[in-house]
Write a protein that binds this ligand. Sequence first.
Ligand SMILES: [Zn+2]
Ligand SMILES: [Zn+2]
Length: 318
Amino acid sequence: MKSKSILVAVVAAVLVPLALFVRTFLASPLRMPRPYAGPLPTANPPQELAVFAVVTGVNHRNAAFGYRGGSFFERREFSMAGTLVKHPKGDLLIDTGFGRHIDEQFRTLPLLFRTITFYSLWQPAADQLKAAGYDPTSLHAILLTHSHWDHVSGLPDFPGVPVWVTPPEREFIRKSGRMDICKLFTGIRYEEYAFEAGPYLGFPASHDVYGDGSVVVVPASGHTPGSVIIFVTLSGGTRYAFVGDLVYQLEGITQREERSWLVRRSGADEDAEGNRQNMLRLIALKERLPELIIVPAHDMRAFAQMPRLSPASGEARH
Ligand SMILES: [Zn+2]
Ligand SMILES: [Zn+2]
């Protein structure tokens, strides 16, 4: 009798936490917010404004890693990518994806993370631009969605190019957390910018990069303290939102699913509640503007909707 009760206790001790753990991966959509009802800002983008996907490699994950309700058995190649924004006043690279030294950089990350992470480097952004015949002097700045390893790895490949960050993200880089590789870099020219303008598409403040409304940055802290979303509006009216790691996969918005508790707790989000609020803002905006193209940094499907660099696009300078 005693051995039976011990067995029950042991089984309960194992099964109950296991069940609770598995539950954190099950679908649990956020409440549907009311659609964004504010003004739609006008933009006067130049004809030449264009965006190009610069996918530098992939991280081999599964859907469950990306969002609650995702399957453990559905393999997903998470894009490791940057985006080139061409503008007559000077081009921007939104994040770098993997750089030339990703293997050395990766070895400095925590052991547990390395044990569950398998990536493939395709071609670093700097080499893709070069192969496309891109004139490196056209690159005005690198604009980071945030400073995690997989977004900054290529910074050393662009010596002398300013790196634009928000003050909280600059501070976050200084503190050098577990997933930071910026500490390995020397000579990076960080330049801080402020959100000098008012609310924009449901976000409380904004920064208009060129003064023509074509590239507008808004604060979206949570994943990291200085994370941002970058809106790009092309002359034909196509509107992109580069959301960094606000969500890992599009289901974060379309199914309103956060990352699982385990993924969030294992270093994905500095402030889960802050990230949730910004997810809700974007979900509300997508309800109002279904045509908005949302580009999570790690969703390959989003990058598939964008043109890629080619020798022709690289040379087609203004
Ligand atoms: Zn991140
Ligand atoms: Zn990332």
